[in-house]
Design a protein around this ligand. Sequence first.
Ligand SMILES: [Zn+2]
Length: 436
Amino acid sequence: MTKLSFYGAAQEVTGSCFLLESESSKILVDCGLFQCPRFCDIRSREPFQFDPREIDALFVTHAHIDHTGRIPKLIKEGFRGKIYSSPATRELAEIMLKDSTGVLTKEATKEREPVIYTESDVDEAMRLWEAKKMHEEIQIGGFAVSFYDAGHILGSAMIAVDVGGERIVFSGDIGNSGSVLQKTTETVAKPTYFVMESTYGDRVHENEQRVLMLERVIERTVKRGGTLMIPAFALERTQELLSVISKMMEEKQIPKIPVYLDSPLSIKATSIYEKYLKIPFFKFPNVNFSLTTEESKKINDVPPPKIIIAGSGMSTGGRILHHERRYLPDEKSALLIVSYQAPGSLGRRIEDGAKSVSLFGEEVPVKCRIETISGYSAHADGETLFEFVRAHSDTLKKAFLVHGEPKASLALAQKIRDYLGIEAFAPKYGESVEIS
Ligand SMILES: [Zn+2]
């Protein structure tokens, strides 16, 4: 008998953590931070609902913090098994976790709480962490585990676990079919259970028009002589935007205006992208990399029009806040939302039409244009997710929909039940189910 328990990303999008247990072994898939509404939500501080010392191995789908951010806490609380992921995920996770340690420390100091882990826990995690190639089988007790390309961000994988004649596939996050940097999501042979993300389970992306939409947003900003701010996640979105904007300039679809990547984390991530994808990001003309605070401040002196890409992706911290304080009140400027904005985040309030927002203790009016292009999401939309299930429907017995707000997960579950006749539901936090 195998038991599957959901310890995160259950009817919400953060905190991914799933436990598989047999009589003899226990493995975890992902160990992410709960992030709504804070970077480190209060629930990330709570003890695990299992004993970390009893876990034999941890498998990581990809480097995003909502899938990796509690790994050092797992270490701190006694986990000594092996950690497995793809090589790129291992490299990206190290810079992401080190960066998040800084953010966690800042947040904890502000809230007068102890920090949940430190950089030495991250270092210990890296010592236990082994990189594995796609499709290479790893045997842990009765579990045979292998990675499949998820097409979401660099290194992202789905994890297939074979046990007792069943094949449980954890999708991690599934890529958007319009991605310019990643391959399409792989088909996995003969799955019987899916633990599948459903972030955009109830939405359809405007994939086809996204380049055109971006072109128009940039043109409008240039015409008005304003600044275009793009809050973007360090992984994937940033590199995709740099590629697309550079190409548009090269092909003279948009005027050549200065582009600033104002995020030390994104710059580090971009060098890992350059290594794996062999794209010369650092040689793109018109793109400037602002590593130091001095370089960041100098962006202010450059007259518009200009484009600033900065973190964090949901405006919950980082250098984007300084630019937002400056340009949100400017009617000529624009803020472009290209990523998922979690409920409660500053980005979500702006997306929902707030007339003013609080930044650094002052009320800042929002007068610039707010533009949204959902096609730049690194997540598949509802139709793509549904098609993914349909493509595997011959052998699939059940789909557990995770990593989505209830509305999104439930809508997709309903569609899978109605159109494919496959049992599908969105489990709750702490719920366990028996497999086979
Ligand atoms: Zn992700």
